[in-house]
Design a protein around this ligand. Structure first.
Ligand code: NI
Length: 378
């Protein structure tokens, strides 16, 4: 029975989590499951991750379904009988769920392969947590010829049996930053002999709060979070340097560039005001997940076909490297209800496994509909 089979796969992956770029055993497991069902593996020379295809109808459209496969450096605290066997590593974002559900989709479509009027390419993508895997897949050529791509993330706060669907921005652009403030070190009792970078850094943290409140429209949104401050070596020494880092989240490219522009101005201005200098390094992350409205009706119809209740969801400020595929071709990303007890990346994160067969059936149905729509519009 499919449900039991998928639960076994998911638990096997959950027991054996592997971090980004290290998903060798995970890749082997996926390959084994696909080969057992005689599903065609396509060689795109990825170090980890694997590409497979079902269908192959000559001249028919190609669509892709993507699942991410990597785990996180988190110590599991669920107490589950199938909790991670690897200390300090855990599938705390449910990528084990995505992987096994999409293997399930491949198994379902394989059973009716001769009926498919196109090709479904399955992308089991590595290194999502580092936002690097999608670009590796794109560089490998695995997106060539693909006309539309679909994917999902589990959503702990949506009940099993529901699916969150939204056109346009669904997840945020996730940029990082590192600010280095340079002052002049001195004895803590003689601050006037130096230039204190900690005072500057403190004012920078405060001043950055004005970007969201004063430079972003109340009808749009952004997050600027300083998450780490590092400076100093002793209680009686004023350091010559302070490092701040953190993240910027936005849903709109215009807002994204405006926030980054203001970020640099605020840092430079505050640094100058206190006699220090500062440099800003922006670590560009994935852009916002932006769902193509021409695919929305398909995702809704497929949901209804398999008995999922459609929920209009608000965007999530988390990032997702699925966004890189959507820069190349039209794509649609959904949130699958999994009735989780905790949010993503929590040590007690879990999913309700009843969502496995539902997700497998959902993407099988969606794939057929997408091929059909492309045949009509071609
Ligand atoms: Ni995730």
């Amino acid at each position: 029975m499919l449900e039991q089979q998928l639960i076994e796969m998911r638990r096997h992956l959950h027991l054996n989590p592997e971090l980004s770029h290290e998903e060798f055993e995970t890749t082997k497991s996926i390959r084994g499951w696909l080969e057992e069902a005689e599903i065609k593996i396509v060689d795109y020379s990825l170090a980890t991750g694997i590409i497979a295809e079902v269908g192959g109808h000559q001249g028919g459209p190609i669509i892709a379904i993507r699942a991410d496969i990597d785990a996180l450096p988190i110590q599991e605290e669920t107490g589950l009988s199938y909790a991670s066997l690897i200390p300090g590593k855990m599938h705390a974002c449910g990528h084990d769920f995505h992987t096994s559900a999409i293997v399930g989709t491949a198994l379902l479509l394989k059973q009716k392969e001769h009926e498919l009027k196109g090709t479904v390419r399955f992308i089991f993508q590595p290194a999502e947590e580092k936002a690097q895997g999608a670009n590796l897949v794109i560089q490998s050529g695995a997106l060539e010829g693909v006309q539309a791509i679909f994917g999902m993330h589990n959503k702990p706060d949506l009940p099993v049996g529901t699916i969150g669907i939204k056109s346009g921005a669904l997840m945020a652009a996730a940029d990082g930053f590192v600010v280095e403030v340079n002052g002049v070190g001195t004895h803590a009792a003689v601050p006037e002999a130096g230039v204190d970078p900690i005072v500057t850094a403190s004012y920078i943290v405060t001043a950055l709060q004005s970007i969201v409140s004063r430079n972003v429209s109340s009808l749009q949104s952004a997050v600027v979070s300083v998450t780490r401050i590092h400076s100093g070596t002793s209680w009686n020494v004023i350091s010559d340097k302070a490092i701040l880092d953190g993240t910027i989240r936005t849903f709109d490219e215009g807002v994204r560039s405006r926030v980054l522009e203001r970020f640099k101005q605020v840092v430079d201005g505050v640094a100058a005001a206190y006699g220090t200098t500062a440099s800003v390094k922006v670590v560009a992350g994935p852009p916002s997940v932006h769902n193509d409205s021409s695919l929305e009706q398909l995702t809704i119809d497929a949901a209804h076909s398999v008995g999922l209740e459609v929920i209009a969801v608000a965007p999530s400020p988390a990032g997702e490297d699925f966004a890189f595929y959507q820069k190349e071709i039209p794509g649609f990303f959904v949130f699958m209800g999994t009735s989780g007890p905790r949010e993503w990346h929590h040590p007690s994160f879990d999913i309700d496994e009843r969502a496995l067969p539902l997700s497998a059936q959902y993407f099988a149905n969606l794939a057929e509909r997408a091929i059909q729509q492309l045949l009509i519009t071609d």
